[in-house]
Design a protein around this ligand. Structure first.
Ligand code: BGC
Length: 721
């Protein structure tokens, strides 16, 4: 009879020496694309041959992975290596940055994007992606917001599920399925002051309510692995945190995969002041449930001694190794260690037109229309003269954003805004260009040419934003205003009186109040990836009616941060900006964001009827249905994301003023109406009480349905006993 995978794992484990076991728990970086210090010991290949390495990161390409796997096959037990890589938003075909994709609110598209990223990565020998990053983030100063899904745990959970399913495809054993890795466990997004790698101190209730849901969703979706995080949480570094890794993840959630440390995070516990040296670091991390050590070398250098001295039980090592070997078996690597290293597949996936098509599809859905006065957009393809102005108008690689790869043919393959507009505009029309300024420079020398171009044009499209390395890991910024003199350039161009559209390329919410208050049309395009210019042109010319909605609140200024829609009411809530005296507000600043969570316009207009409830009261086990009719009253067909929020009016712990509990995307032809219904059950009303029990409390609730978190219809209902 064929052995089960668990039996196979056990039979391999029985053959292993302690050193070989510890080898499986050891991961080294390859020799490029490092995000932390690399140890240049030149000895990695030798160590692989001795069975002292379980996994490598940053090694890609059929040839390269095959070479290293061949060395692993010379080891005594011939245990194959796992190749891991940060495939965060695409590999060869770059998709919008995850925060941008989140703005699409389109789970199918997000899942397809991850599927394609996995297909391309798997074709170059990668078994494992360090994604999805599912950290909830309420602080746009934190550069890593670009990798996540924004501020909301409900939306974040759905996206986590979609991305895990996309990466893992039809399941392990298929050569286009890569292992997902939910990261960074946990609460990394709450780092103090938005400073990367910083500390987090929060109640466990807050952790469960806001930060853990997307991780739980990823685990439930079958994520093969988790990565722990750099931050300390309530005084314990996440890497040495038993509560997170053993009790919650492997205990309460019954997670069967393995946990990899973040880069060097085992050793960094020394800097945290949590352990004295690498010996203690290895002990703390292994005992807390970190199964694999990424680049600290703490395990390979100390675990054997720790086991011999009884500080780490052999059962802890065996459990970690079992988890790692199990994934290697599930991936089919024991049957054929080279199954992901197939030159024909590598070639075939290199230039896959369907992938580019799908990238363009989600890119256009990620664009958010922030403003469109007097229906300036969409513009006509017959416009006589268009001026494209700004440092992003002809940008290529800046469209890719952080965590993306550069390829030799990028200058041909990446579609700039200029290229995209050119393809659509009537050949008889004229396109003018002026860069105007650099992204971060203070020189205004290019302004005159920009003004001249604007004066000669019928319509001006300005493309401004952040360079691709201004948001991302270690890219925290205290000033998130549009960098350099770009907003001055906008002012100078706007002063020409020409109809002006401004497009923002960025990995985070930026601040641009003057533009927001003066310029008639604004599109937020994030970093859209390889097909950026095509997607932008689709929206500019109305071939796609924008449907994106913000997954994160946009502050008026940094002083408002953290600002998020699902806050508590406080004992002295301000009823508005004219109600500041002895209120929870600022004396000198609005309490409202510039653009709220869930906000995004369309070229058409949607009107909402009042909400109808099937009943005003219900009990556990029953359901009520909320219906609302949405009508497209504008001039274009379009898609609206209808959002459902709930507020629990009285709780044994205070409840947010609004919580997203559902949404539906509805396509409406102009003039068309559709009735949307949401079913609400007790499960939608549950929260963690002060004893961390997940339950619903009977009482009064408010229900809101609308076009954003700040623009809703509302009604009331009761949950009765
Ligand atoms: C990052 C991780 C990443 C790892 C490997 C770390 O610095 O925090 O998100 O997966 O490097 O590149």
């Amino acid at each position: 009879m064929e052995k089960t995978i668990d039996q196979k794992v056990d039979s391999v484990l029985k053959l292993m020496t302690l050193d070989e076991k510890i080898g499986q728990m050891n991961q080294y970086n390859g020799d490029w694309a490092a995000t932390g210090p690399i140890t240049h010991d030149g000895d990695k290949q030798n160590q692989i041959k001795k069975g002292m390495v379980g996994s490598m990161l940053n090694v890609t390409g059929v040839e390269h992975t095959r070479t290293l796997q061949e060395i692993a096959m010379q080891s005594r037990l011939k245990i194959p290596l796992l190749f891991g890589q940060d495939v965060i938003h695409g590999y060869r075909t770059i998709f919008p940055v995850p925060l941008g994709e989140a703005a699409s609110w389109d789970m199918d598209a997000i899942q397809r994007a991850a599927r394609i990223a996995a297909t391309e990565a798997a074709a170059v020998g990668v078994h494992w992606t360090f994604a999805p990053m599912v950290d909830i983030a309420r602080d746009p100063r934190w550069g890593r917001v670009m990798e996540g899904a924004g501020e909301d745990p409900y939306l974040g959970s759905l996206i986590a599920t979609a991305r895990v399913k996309g990466f893992q495809g039809k399941g392990f054993g298929n050569t286009d399925a890569v292992m997902a890795c939910a990261k960074h466990f946990a609460a990394y997004g709450a780092a103090i002051g938005g400073r990367d790698y910083n500390s987090v101190d929060m109640s466990l209730r807050q952790l469960y309510e806001t930060y853990l849901p997307p991780f739980k969703a990823a685990a439930d979706a079958g994520a093969a692995t988790f990565m722990n995080s750099f931050n300390d949480l309530n005084g314990i570094p996440a890497t040495g945190n038993k509560l997170l890794q053993r009790d919650i993840l492997k205990g309460q959630w019954k997670f069967k995969g393995f946990v990899v440390s973040d880069w060097g995070s085992v050793g960094e516990m020394i800097n945290h002041g949590f352990v004295k040296d690498n010996y203690e670091a290895a002990m703390a991390a292994a005992n807390a449930g970190s199964d694999m050590d990424m680049e600290s070398r703490s395990y390979i250098q100390n675990l054997a001694r720790l086991v011999k001295e009884g500080k780490v039980k052999i059962a802890v090592v065996d459990d970690a190794v079992r988890r790692i070997l199990k994934k290697k078996f599930e991936m089919g690597l024991f049957d054929d260690p080279y199954r992901f290293s197939d030159a024909a597949r590598e070639k075939q996936q290199w230039d896959n037109k369907d992938h580019l098509q799908e990238a363009r599809n989600i890119a256009k859905k990620s664009i958010v229309l922030l403003k469109n006065e007097k229906d300036l957009l969409p513009i006509s393809k017959q416009t006589k003269t268009i001026a494209l102005i700004g440092p992003f108008a002809k940008a290529k690689s800046d469209n890719l954003g952080f965590w993306s790869y550069d390829w030799p043919d990028d200058s041909v393959r990446i579609v700039s805004l200029w290229d995209g507009v050119k393809k659509k505009l009537d050949p008889a029309s004229t396109m003018l260009y002026a860069k105007g300024c650099e992204i971060t420079d203070t020189s205004r020398a290019g302004f005159a040419a920009a003004i001249a171009a604007a004066n000669a044009a019928d319509i001006v499209i300005m493309s401004v934003g952040e360079a691709r390395d201004m948001s991302g890991e270690a890219k925290s910024r205290s000033n998130i205003h549009l960098p350099g003199v770009q907003e001055e350039l906008i002012q100078a161009v706007y002063a020409t009186g020409k109809p002006t559209i401004v497009m923002f390329s960025a990995g985070r919410p930026l601040i641009f109040n003057w533009t927001a208050d003066h310029v008639p049309a604004i599109l937020y395009t994030w970093w859209l990836g390889t097909t950026a210019g095509d997607a932008m042109a689709d929206v500019l010319f109305g071939d796609y009616n924008p449907s994106g909605k913000l997954p994160m609140s946009f502050p008026i200024t940094e002083g408002q941060i953290p600002i998020y829609y699902n806050h508590y009411n406080t004992g002295r809530p301000a009823s508005g900006d004219s109600d500041r005296n002895y209120r929870s507000s600022y004396t000198d600043l609005s309490i409202y964001p510039k653009y709220p969570f869930g906000y995004g316009l369309s070229y058409t207009a949607f009107t909402y009827s009042d909400i109808k409830l099937s009943a005003n009261t219900f009990k556990a086990g029953q359901k009520i249905t909320a219906t609302i009719t949405v009508t497209n009253t504008g001039k274009y067909d379009g898609t609206e994301t209808v959002q459902l929020y709930i507020r629990d009016m009285v709780g044994s712990v205070v409840r947010p003023v609004k919580e997203l509990k559902g949404f539906q995307q509805v396509f409406l032809k102009k003039g068309e109406s559709k009735t949307i219904s949401f079913s609400i059950s007790e499960a939608d009303l549950k929260f963690y009480n002060n004893e961390l029990k997940y339950m619903a409390e009977p009482g009064d609730f408010k229900l809101f349905i609308g076009t954003s978190s700040a623009n809703t219809k509302e009604t009331d209902f009761k949950l009765i006993q």
